[in-house]
Design a protein around this ligand. Structure first.
Ligand code: NAP
Ligand code: GLV
Length: 326
């Protein structure tokens, strides 16, 4: 008999076909988000889940699925899953690293250019019929070329952002808990500095850390006050890495020049104050949203799930302790 699995939301056909070959699938064809109670009910007889970052897979959901063997997230970040609780229950958790790196770096770069050169603002201006004449002083932004970029979290995506910075002749600073190898630093032209130094010296600060207990509100009032009044903050990591209330004050009071945000603390809610500000660019968590990348992510999650249910070790396990213990 095929193992029963829950797929919480509609996926590209290539991924669904992979799972259907090996599993009996429960999938809501209406592509509706399940409530926590519905999630608990749906996992009662399941051996695996494919879920999205919008599904909160907490200890209560894991407990409600006594047969669960694997939770496969269609994302590289997995802060929506209680990994410690899964590990205690011997449930493998998997993610989709690598396949979305370049696509997300492209979006970070698009946001950086958009906010510095006021591209969405210019678009709104033209569409509103406000452009009546060319003026030397119209809609002046800030240069990107030759400026200093500070990357917080020089992992896969942070490195891809750093590579793009070379084409813009930028000085690249970065901060990680551990320095990357000297060879990689040389290849990227990136210099490790403490976080306060990065904030003080950068014209653009781009965030690429995972959301963990340590990175929650990593950028709060004190950090924003260290940034230059001409600097921009770009966040394609997770909303809660930044203290949103402090960021709003920073933008309203001019501690920094602007922000471009793809992620928010309580998605899909976006604080109204942010929507009122012209020096802010907002996108709906679309870092990895290209057809090819979202398909690759879904297929990778399907491969992770099927491997685990076949008793094999999936390629992208985030809690290897489950195997080390066995
Ligand atoms: P990654 O390769 O694991 O890189 C994460 C980097 O963050 C590492 O270099 C790590 O270095 C650093 N880091 C972790 N904790 C830190 C801390 N407390 N202080 C400073 N640096 C820290 O991950 P990735 O693939 O680049 O993805 C990064 C994150 O981007 C994901 O977790 C996800 O939340 C987000 N993301 C968002 C989108 C989107 O649609 N907007 C798309 C993809 C990913 P050390 O361990 O040495 O500190
Ligand atoms: C998206 O936010 C991801 O973590 O893949």
């Amino acid at each position: 008999m095929k193992p029963k699995v829950l797929i919480t939301r509609l996926l590209p056909e290539a991924a669904l076909a992979l799972v259907r070959q090996a599993c009996e699938v429960q999938l809501d064809p209406d592509d509706r988000a399940l409530s926590p109670a519905e999630l608990r009910q749906a996992v009662a007889d399941k051996e695996g889940i494919i879920c999205l970052i919008t599904d909160r897979i907490d200890a209560s959901v894991l407990e409600a699925g006594p047969r669960l063997k694997v939770v496969a997230n269609v994302a590289v970040g997995y802060d929506n899953i209680d990994v410690a609780a899964a590990t205690r229950r011997g449930i493998v958790v998997t993610n989709t690293p690598g396949v979305l790196t370049e696509t997300t770096a492209d979006l970070a770069w698009g946001l950086l250019l958009s906010v510095a050169r006021r591209i969405p603002e210019g678009d709104r201006f033209v569409r509103a019929g406000q452009w009546t004449e060319w003026k030397l002083m119209l809609m002046l932004g800030h240069d990107v070329y030759g400026q200093t970029l500070g990357i917080v979290g020089l992992g896969r995506i942070g490195q891809a952002v750093a590579r793009r910075a070379r084409g813009f002749g930028m000085t690249v600073l970065y901060h990680n808990r551990r320095r990357v190898s000297p060879a990689l630093e040389a290849e990227l032209g990136a210099t490790w500095v403490e976080l306060p130094t990065l904030l003080q010296r950068s014209d653009f600060v781009s965030l690429h850390v995972p959301l963990t207990a340590e990175t929650t509100h990593l950028i709060g009032e004190a950090e924003l006050r260290l940034m230059r009044p001409t600097a921009y903050l770009i966040n394609t990591a997770r909303g809660a890495v930044v203290d949103e209330a402090a960021l709003i004050r920073a933008l309203q009071e001019g501690w920094i020049a602007g922000a471009a945000l793809d992620v928010f603390a309580h998605e899909p809610e976006v604080p109204e104050a942010l929507t009122q500000l012209d020096n802010v660019v907002l996108t709906p968590h679309i870092g990895s949203a290209s057809v090819a990348t979202r398909t690759r992510m879904a297929v990778m999650a399907a491969q992770n799930l099927v491997a685990a249910l076949r008793g094999e070790r999936p390629p992208h396990v985030v809690n290897p302790e489950v195997y080390d213990r066995a």
